[in-house]
Write a protein that binds this ligand. Structure first.
Ligand code: COA
Length: 172
């Protein structure tokens, strides 16, 4: 459904993925025109590198409610667990943001605290073995660099145009 474009910056302990609509992107839509939002991990506590805060935003309202948010958070959790060794994720969500709270509850996050001052709640997901198995994607996830994806697309376009040429030749 979508792919990630990665800006990974461990130095600042922040990991941002831009969410693209893969359907549009694979049809050649320029990236800036098929961005739908972003998902972030913040590794905020240097004394606890296994803890990360997660944030999600589907910025374009027309793309909300279509599964992008859930899929993006699941993939970001998977990336955090497998690539960064994160064992605890937290999400801080405004109390009025019931959509986001429901999303994180669906993804097994538990309520841990409530700040009346900031009108915000903190939810947490601990990566136990059963939870890790629950998170494992049903189909394989390909982690690759952006350049590699582009190279593959260009190669397949090249292959396509070659086969167009050869079918033209055959029909002659
Ligand atoms: C909150 C947000 C990230 C959810 O992403 P999304 O792509 O719209 O949600 P999805 O289509 O993936 O839905 C996943 C789950 O979220 C919840 N959800 C989504 N839309 C909802 C709505 N309109 N009302 C209530 N719950 C909703 C549901 O639990 C849903 O699962 P279900 O369909 O099985 O019930 C997105 O709507 C968004 O960015 N909203 C505005 C900004 C924001 O609130 N950011 C969060 C800051 S932490």
């Amino acid at each position: 459904m979508f792919i990630f474009n990665t800006y990974l910056c461990i130095f600042f302990a922040e990991c941002t993925f831009i969410i693209l609509d893969a359907l549009q992107w694979e049809q050649g839509c320029p990236e800036e025109q098929c961005m739908v939002g972003d998902v972030n991990l913040f590794l905020t506590e240097s004394e606890n590198p296994g803890l990360a805060e997660i944030e999600i935003m589907i910025a374009e309202p027309v793309f909300r409610g279509r599964g992008f948010g859930e899929e993006s958070v699941r993939l970001m959790l998977f990336y955090g667990v497998t690539a960064l060794g994160i064992s605890t994720f937290e999400a801080k969500i405004g109390l009025e943001n019931v959509t986001s709270i429901r999303l994180f509850h669906k993804l097994h996050f538990q309520d841990v605290s409530l700040s009346q001052v900031f009108q915000e709640m903190t939810l947490r997901w601990e990566v136990t073995e059963p939870e890790r198995q629950w998170l494992a994607p049903s189909s394989p996830v390909m982690m690759t660099t952006y350049k590699e994806i582009q190279r593959n697309i260009n190669n397949s376009k090249l292959g396509q145009s070659r086969s167009d040429v050869s079918s033209d030749v055959k029909s002659v």
